[in-house]
Ligand binder design. Sequence first.
Ligand SMILES: [Zn+2]
Length: 274
Amino acid sequence: MYPNASGGRRGITPARLVLALVIALSSFAGYYFSSQKNEITGETQRVSLTKDQEISLGLQSAPQMIQQYGGESADPKETALVRQIGARLVQQSAARDSGYRFEFHVLADPNTINAFALPGGQVFITQALLRRLRTRGELAGVLGHEIGHVVARHGAEHLAKAKLTNGLVGAVAVGSESQAAAQMAQAVAASVNMKYGREDELESDTLGVRLMAEAGFDPRAMIGVMEVLGEASKGGARQPEFFSTHPNPENRIAKLQALIQQKYPSGVPKGMEK
Ligand SMILES: [Zn+2]
């Protein structure tokens, strides 16, 4: 299904060709570290990758992430549900015009409560998290938060900050192409495991609430997600990504409540899906 980033064959596969192109282009972009305005968040940000490069990197790194979490779920109903809610969030919100190619995956890991996104639109949720969620709205909350990371380009910002793209371009000059491909995939995978930081998490919460509301989901379900995760961490489960940079979940819930109150001063409209 996906090209294998660390395959033993040395031939030029389409995936490798794409990656070589990405690396060549990002070395060019690295010289012209540009500030760009993000049409969805309205922020000016410094990123050295184009959207197409983000998409290629995400696709290239996806197999490694899938492998790390026990492969894709074998349950077609779970996968269909996650794809359906994900597609609705994208198609009925500002994310539709973002230029990213979203794909939603359920990972077979039954123990690690997690959800994350790769640059360009590859979004993942583990079975362990999915099975704890109580409503479709809560699933929309998790996916909305992850779509938020993608459209806010947090991964690309992270890579730019760490100057990883520049460093790897250097490696291309001296190393073999396949080695560079493996390193690039590794760097992207590492950037996912790195913590984004409090600001990025709060921005993704805010974007998640916005995308949910645009797609007709009750944004209060995002608070439900926080409750589910709070319960899970009490039960001694491994620290979820959602809480990794938030030692105080009550603060985050209070921020969400204030945000929803601000968005809907006279109350959340009736009829939104919970
Ligand atoms: Zn996050």
